[in-house]
Design a protein around this ligand. Structure first.
Ligand code: GLV
Ligand code: MN
Ligand code: MN
Length: 417
């Protein structure tokens, strides 16, 4: 590694990186030590303002696109060269942890600052990106910001999505954008030379193997559906079972059928129902309508297609005598990361003497969409017991800074190509 690059990498400040995680964890802090920072919420806006403040203190330019993806730029020697991007997301699950997403954003900021402090000049600009609504916990589906940015989905398709309280996305988005007037407007899908996302593993492999760095090879396929089961409300005390069209009973039957469809002795298929809305949601009324989510994942493209094609016919059959409407909201085939980026990450970890291993990602990330438009890779660091999407999520300062050093080295490599 070049001497000035080494100086930048070793300038990554573990204490500053940790302190910023703790500061961000205050925004939307939950009683059990986690974070609730829903996309386009007051807390999301506060986190954006804090990040923009840190960027401004360094004179880095801040910009935002039409879905609120937030960019922080350190210029390169060739200002018109396509930048190298690094980042992740700042929104969280409703009962999320302190590291999912925010780590990739803060690691990218740490890399930018360490490079700046070492006075290193790069050929290409380097940009941090904080993607909007990665989690999809408030406004479904997930990875919305990167899907729109890369042109995989249209912004208009998401503007009327509502949260559980009936808030419409376009209003929450407008408030979010208005809250950061200093951010310059930015177009979607500007050319990028490469993208790297640092993230906690959200699984147990690195910790189990005692390995510090995960060099991510790709992401498994993912499908989301909303399933609406329609019946008729009736009196719980007087209506005979035979005369009912009980939407909640119908929904349970559909879930059971889908559970059987996705049963896998090898435990590779992932099937989750995590969200359910019941109408009228009253103890002594038969449910007239149930809306629930399906999250289905598998690393093999043929298997995920076969399983997702079976969802609608199976749901129809299982819900009888109730009606069913199945709406696919997300369909991402498995993705394989660019071999040159994967190698650059691996080389960086090796040159820093950090133990590393290649592994696929079970979780989805914005890197999945970026992989469609530019060479992309990811860096994983261990998290305690692999726990994530949980307030107990935890990670060690030394592992976070090791990942940030690998990110810094890899960004310097790619930004000079
Ligand atoms: C991202 O949070 C995912 O659901 O994989
Ligand atoms: Mn995440
Ligand atoms: Mn997540």
């Amino acid at each position: 590694m070049r001497e000035d690059h080494q100086a930048a990498v070793h300038g990554v400040d573990e204490a500053r990186l940790w302190q910023r995680h703790m500061e961000m964890a205050q925004i939307g802090a939950t009683p059990n030590g986690g974070v609730n920072r829903a996309a386009f919420s007051e807390e999301d806006i506060r986190a954006r303002r804090v990040l923009a403040g840190w960027a401004k203190a360094r004179n880095f330019a801040v910009s935002m696109d039409g879905i609120g993806n937030l960019f922080v730029r350190r210029p390169g020697l060739e200002p018109d060269a396509a930048p190298v991007l690094a980042g992740s997301h700042m929104d969280s699950q409703p009962r999320g942890g302190r590291f999912d997403g925010i780590y990739g954003v803060l690691a990218a900021l740490e890399a930018l600052e360490a490079i700046d402090e070492a006075g290193v000049k790069t050929k290409r600009p380097i940009e941090l990106v904080a993607w909007s609504n990665e989690e999809g916990g408030r406004f479904a589906p997930c990875t919305m910001g990167s899907a729109v940015y890369t042109g995989a989905r249209r912004l208009e398709d998401f503007l009327d999505v509502t949260d559980n309280d009936g808030v419409v996305l376009k209003h929450a988005l407008a408030e979010t954008i208005a809250a950061l007037p200093e951010a310059a407007a930015r177009a979607f899908n500007a050319p990028a030379a490469a993208y790297i996302e640092a993230h906690i593993e959200q699984g147990p492999l690195l910790e189990m193997q005692g390995t510090t760095i995960g060099v991510v090879t790709g992401i498994q396929g993912l499908r989301w559906f909303m399933i609406e089961v329609s019946g008729e409300t009736a009196h719980a005390g007087t209506t005979p079972l035979k005369a009912r069209k009980d939407a909640l009973r119908g929904a349970v039957q559909v879930m059971q059928a889908l559970g059987e469809l996705t049963h896998d002795p090898d435990d590779i298929v992932r099937f989750t129902v995590g969200r359910m809305l019941v109408c009228p949601n009253s103890t002594n009324s038969v449910a007239s309508q149930v809306l629930f989510s399906v999250d289905l994942r598998h690393p093999d493209p043929t298997t995920i297609r076969r399983l997702s094609n079976a969802v609608e016919p199976l749901a129809r059959k299982a819900a009888a005598p109730c009606g069913v409407r199945v709406t696919p909201t997300l369909w991402d085939d498995p993705c394989v990361f660019d071999p040159h980026v994967v190698e650059a990450i691996e080389r960086s970890a090796n040159s820093l003497g950090l133990s590393n291993m290649r592994l696929p990602s079970g979780a989805s990330h914005d890197a999945m969409y970026m992989a469609r438009v530019c060479p992309t890779g990811m860096i994983f660091v261990p998290c305690e017991k692999g726990v994530s999407h949980n307030e107990a999520e935890n990670a060690r300062p030394g592992d976070l800074s090791a990942g940030a050093r690998v990110l810094t080295a890899a960004l310097l490599d790619l930004a000079n190509r």
